[in-house]
Design a protein around this ligand. Structure first.
Ligand code: URA
Length: 215
C-alpha cells in the first residue's frame, strides 16, 4: 500500500528545477533552512490556510511558512486578531508562536526561482496537499491565498475550476470544508492596495463566522 505523506522530506528530490535552486541557495546562503518547508500548526485544526510557495528569504530561510517575509507580517497579525494564534510573532521559527485551530501550508513546499513555481511543480507537489487535507480530520474551512492556491485546492479535490471561480472574498462549498478566497498577502499586492489589511481581515471575519456556526 502506498501511503502518501502530508509532508515531503526536507531534501525532496521530485522537482529538478527546485532541487537545482536549493543546491544553489545552499552554496549562497548556507545558514538558511533550504529545504521543503513543513506545514505549521496542528492536525486537529479546523482551518487550513494555503499559500503559494516559500519565499527565498522568508520561509526558505527560517523553515516555517510565511515566517520572515513581508507576507507573514500581515498573515500572522491577522491570525492573532482573530484568535488563531497564541504568543507573539517575531519572524523567527523559535519565537514561541503557536497556531490555534489553524494550520498554514503551501501549494508548493520548496522555494521557486522568482517566487514562481511552474505548472509541473505545482502538480508534483499536489499529493502532499491532498494528504495534508485528508490528515486534517476536523477540517471545516480553507483559505486560499491567491488564484494558484485556489486552483490547486480545486484540482487536489478533483473539482471543476469552472464551477468555482476565484474572487477575493468568495466562499465555495467544496464538500471538504468551505473554501474562502483571498488575494495573496504579498508585498506587491499590499503595496499596490489590491489587498488592504481591512480586505484581508474581512476574509477572516467570514471564516470566523463560519467556524462559529459550526460550534
Ligand atoms: N511565504 C510562504 O510560506 N508562502 C507564501 O505563499 C508566501 C510567503
Amino acid at each position: 500500500m502506498n501511503v502518501q505523506s502530508a509532508e515531503p522530506d526536507r531534501d525532496c528530490a521530485l522537482c529538478p528545477r527546485l532541487v537545482a535552486f536549493r543546491r544553489a541557495n545552499q552554496e549562497k546562503h548556507p545558514a538558511f533552512f533550504n529545504g521543503a518547508v513543513p506545514s505549521f500548526g496542528s492536525g486537529g485544526a479546523r482551518l487550513l490556510i494555503i499559500g503559494l510557495a516559500p519565499g527565498l528569504k522568508g520561509a526558505n530561510q527560517t523553515g516555517r511558512p510565511f515566517t520572515g517575509d513581508f507576507a507573514g507580517d500581515l498573515l500572522y497579525e491577522t491570525l492573532d486578531a482573530f484568535g488563531f494564534s497564541r504568543g507573539r510573532y517575531d519572524a523567527r521559527p523559535d519565537d514561541g508562536l503557536e497556531l490555534h485551530d489553524c494550520m498554514v501550508t503551501n501549494a508548493v513546499r520548496c522555494v521557486p526561482p522568482q517566487n514562481k513555481p511552474v505548472g509541473a511543480e505545482i502538480t508534483q507537489c499536489r499529493p502532499f496537499l491532498r494528504a495534508r487535507i485528508d490528515a486534517q480530520t476536523n477540517l471545516k474551512a480553507m483559505v486560499a491565498l491567491g488564484r494558484i492556491a485556489h486552483e490547486t485546492v480545486l484540482r487536489t479535490l478533483g473539482l471543476k475550476l469552472s464551477a468555482f471561480k476565484f474572487a477575493h472574498g468568495a466562499m465555495h462549498d467544496t464538500g471538504h470544508g468551505m473554501l474562502f478566497d483571498s488575494y495573496h498577502c504579498s508585498r506587491y499586492n499590499t503595496n499596490t492596495r489590491r489587498l488592504t489589511p481591512e480586505m484581508f481581515r474581512d476574509v477572516f471575519a467570514k471564516v470566523s463566522a463560519h467556524l462559529a456556526e459550526d460550534g
